[in-house]
Design a protein. Sequence first.
Lengths: 150, 806
Amino acid sequence: MILTEEVQIPLDRQSVFEALNDLEILKKSIPGCEELTQVSERELEALVVVKFGPMKASFNSNVEIDPSQGPELFKLSGSGDAGVAGFANGGADVNLAENPDGTTALTYTVNIDISGKLAQVGGRLIEGTSKRLAKKFFSNFEEALLEKHA
Amino acid sequence: MSATAETVQDRKAALKGLGTSRKRVEDARFTQGKGNYVDDIKLPDMLFGDFVRSQHAHARVISIDTSAAMALPGVVAVLTAADLEPLNLHWMPTLAGDKQMVLADGKVLFQGQEVAFVIAEDRYIAADAVDLVQVKYEELPVLVDPFKAELPDAPILREDIADAKEGAHGARRHPNHIFTWEQGDKPGTEAILSEAPVVAEEMVYYHRTHPCPMETCGSVASMDKVNGKLTLWGTFQAPHVVRTVASLLSGIAEHNIRVVSPDIGGGFGNKVGVYPGYVCSIVASIVTGKPVKWVEDRMENLSSTAFARDYWMNGKIAATEDGKILGLWCHTTADHGAFDACADPTKYPAGFMNICTGSYDIPTAYLAVDGIYTNKAPGGVAYRCSFRVTEAAYFIERMIEVLAIKLNMDAAELRAKNFIRKEQFPYQSALGWEYDSGDYHTAWNKALEAVGYKELREEQAKQVEEFKAGNTRKLMGIGLCHFTEIVGAGPVKNCDILGMGMFDSCEIRIHPTGSALARLGTISQGQGHATTFAQILATEIGISADDITIEEGDTDTAPYGLGTYGSRSTPVAGAATAMAGRKIRAKAQMIAAYLLEVHDNDIEWEVDRFVVKGAPERFKTMKEIAFASYTQAIPGVEPGLEAVSYYDPPNMTYPFGAYICVMDIDVDTGVSDVRKFYALDDCGTRINPMIIEGQVHGGLTEALAIAMGQEIAYDELGNIKTGTLMDFFIPTSWETPNYQTDFTETPSPHHPIGAKGVGESPNVGGVPAFSNAINDAFRAFGLTHTHMPHDHWRVWKTANKLGLHG
């Protein structure tokens, strides 16, 4: 499943890029994020609770971030294991473009595969839920970012 | 004079024998909730088993940590493959000559595969403990498309047999290839295809689906360590075969195993196979010394025990320009999932797919079937059909329609032109079957007349004009189907399951007071055996069906038989019942002659008694004879009145039918509405017309489900997308149309009472009728073929592709 969307953020590109590397902002942004810890420079561990319709799943996730192409591109990939509920694999490319007015156009492409019982039971809910979560992430992100720069 | 005639009629009616719409004796308990199913069995100290199942479709199992589960109070044990290996039970043989993991041995090959078996004091603790078992996997590339199985980059699924060049059914050309099965005349068929004036070609896919019986699979195993006897209750369509397999697998002597099939809440093929749950419950009972129950839930049922169909049938059909069929070619790619667990007679790895010449006189034909491994659940059972007959019938009935389009000919006329004619029976088919009897033209004409076929076509043509003129958004489809089934497996000379010949049996005891007990090797799952077998016997021995108890399913008491599936109960066990009844009658004749003081040849049978020829006032009823057999010393005759018959059928039976479905389709929503469904069945001698009608209604509704929406679908990761009843279509009364049933009666010439079997005909014939109606609706707009299931979305897409949405 591939999700793509563009979000406008009224801040300069460098600030947005830095925020993507900011653990505190990320934690506030990820919907259902209960824990987020940095394991190494590029490795994070997260505990994320997600509701797919009637099912609630806690994902123990390992995420690898790749800011090396910043500030134009921020990449991440990872996998999450929700035990008997299933598992997820995926990644995201976040492109940051400077608008003429100095604000930033954030375009994200999320590629995610959900498997296991979640896919069986919640098959019809996954796409909608994933879209909602991705949207939620970036609206949370914008909110946290603006709060920080307020 | 008239009084006597009336009396004979009255006596006949009192027997409630053949042809009587006798009410089902089973229903008193079913309608009052008093059935006794596996899950109703409760034994003292009984434990419950539950599976840890794979979330992955293909992965290596790195480790299994059971410590947290074992620490949960109430958990007794957690079994893994490592525990079963010393018993050599971590793998088990399948019915198709392959083997299957009981618990994951190093890797998992389909989502839902059994990985560990938790045994706990109640089912809730077991379910909690399942969540606590930590399994580490390493994901492997997933293969879901059988056409990609032999590509260079395809993952090898079955590493255990990767190097085996020979399988149970001959040569294997690739590690993911199971077998190639060929029938008929390949060069002859190819020559006809290259020279014929008209050749139509189509890929016909019969999608993967599932029998989904109301009751899921389950078992209760109880090992009595004192007397060394294992009792196994379970949802078994073939209890005797299960006993033999259990004995061979466990090493427990067969006389020390008792297998009981209690009431079964529908089987439809789902309960023919042997499943890891059965094996695990047995092992768990042996290990713990306590009874262990395992019952799967609905998701487990849909995702792990026995799917059906999944045949990609590529067909070519050759004909003259005026529609005489010259030859048929079919290559099938059969997706068998991770283990070849098809339930077919040993010599038929693609079942009776070679009945795919259908009702037609096709002089030359060729069939090849390639079985392929994929990362999907094993199975391939005959879902309310006789070993792939439904695939065969769907294939030929679609090919006929495709040919009719190519010839620009009416599909009903094309069928009539090619039917095997009445005088051609017994008919030798190009793919090896000898059709015992049939009268297709009579049935077909009756069906066409009953629905007003000519008028329907005129109405359809008018509606197409109206549609084109923009006056309606609805189209009308006329779905035709004339199917020939092949049931009653089968003759021991060519039909066996795990080496056991497919005979069946009946044992009858007549009690002194003239009532009777009959036991059979079959097992009812809702078919109404206790009702109909008593009727067969009533007519044979002259005792009222109400005075005959039918028992099945307990291997300690019932005679050995191969069970109930493939519409085999009436053709095989029904024949055994009639033959055992005739043995009773033969002995009764000797007793009656002694009692009447005449020679055996001087008396004759009349409904319920032996009568002295020419002296109708001198007779002995079966009741009197039964009493005498226990109370009098009769010279030269053993006391008692009992008989056993093991019946090896000389041939299959070939029920047939003519089905017509009229459907109205909303082009803009894809919603289809069955306006009329006419079903004419010829099942030979009709034992109980009411039960036949019930069978036809049920089978047609399952056919509706399959054709119009029911499927087991996988995504590219091997996730089952239809693993719950939210996505897996089961029709309710809301979706179920009215059916009009009808019949002709062409008795089987080789069956003792001429019966052929009917339970599966409506599924076999119904699916093509529904599907043909959908396809036919769009014929005027250039559609040749569209795949099932025809749910609203797919029908809408078909209309959209044809440019009907403007």
